[in-house]
Design a protein around this ligand. Sequence first.
Ligand SMILES: *[C@@H]1O[C@H](CO)[C@@H](O)[C@H](O)[C@H]1NC(C)=O
Ligand SMILES: *[C@@H]1O[C@H](CO)[C@@H](O)[C@H](O)[C@H]1NC(C)=O
Ligand SMILES: *[C@@H]1O[C@H](CO)[C@@H](O)[C@H](O)[C@H]1NC(C)=O
Length: 280
Amino acid sequence: MTPWVIISLALVTWTMGNASITDKPEDVVDNNIPPATAKTIVETAVEEIMETGELNPNHYPARRAANVVQHYINSRYGSPFKVFILHEVHSGNSEDVANSGRKYQLEISVQEMLSNSTHKCTAEVLFPRGERQGPPEVQVSCEELEKLNTTKEDEALYQKLKTRTSMLSAQNLPDSHGRIDPEMKPLRHLGIVASSFIMLQESNENTLYNMAQIGNVTQLATKADELKFDYFVLLHDMVSQEILRWNLQISWSPQEGVKILQQEKLPHCHECKVPPAIRE
Ligand SMILES: *[C@@H]1O[C@H](CO)[C@@H](O)[C@H](O)[C@H]1NC(C)=O
Ligand SMILES: *[C@@H]1O[C@H](CO)[C@@H](O)[C@H](O)[C@H]1NC(C)=O
Ligand SMILES: *[C@@H]1O[C@H](CO)[C@@H](O)[C@H](O)[C@H]1NC(C)=O
């Protein structure tokens, strides 16, 4: 939107506001545009022009970029006992970078789901444009992530799964009532972390991905040190409301972390539904 439009919208507001004061007693408020609505119109206009520069931390542009940081942190630090979600966007700025894309600078905090600890992070996200293609490029530095030591829990799960005689498998985490067997929670968390790799890779400025459900997961037999799993996951893009299905083969060990071995995007699923929020 051009500055001219903003000025004229501001003028409309001013005129309407004045009209109500001069033409009528002050306690009668029957404008066609209530002051609050007029104010919203002006704010919306200002927000669009401010797409470059300071961002409203509660609006989509800042939140979409912050969501990408969440996926990046999971792909770097996540484990069955360490999963990060976006807690709050404190501030954000964006700018066009000549020939390469759009850069967001953010102050955010993330929450680790299992310990409930929150961590402040400073992050930079570049969404490539034009000749420069590919997933968003992220740089982030967070307070005290290294203090989150889940080695013991991860190791115990690893040993339990490594020594199983039959391979573990599960369906619908959570189920259509939002329920999840507590024993399966670590497998769900591992699925969220694995999905974060895909959500990071698939994100752009117009997406806001969330892991909706694990359709199924099967542990695969392997002689390697790392455990292997086959996941079918449903990802939800909250902007387009599309549900995407992916098949992922991953490996995990406490030492090596999570790695994506194979990934395949499956055809659209029209009957797929996002299950309700998990009931803990
Ligand atoms: C984290 O928060 C949830 C819900 O608020 C609570 O049930 C759980 O016990 C908390 N966990 C820790 C480790 O504090
Ligand atoms: C985590 O704790 C274990 C002992 O419980 C220790 O051996 C390991 O070095 C710690 N790791 C980090 C990164 O602090
Ligand atoms: C997992 O779900 C996919 C997609 O719906 C299906 O093709 C596959 O057979 C399922 N695997 C198991 C083990 O249930």
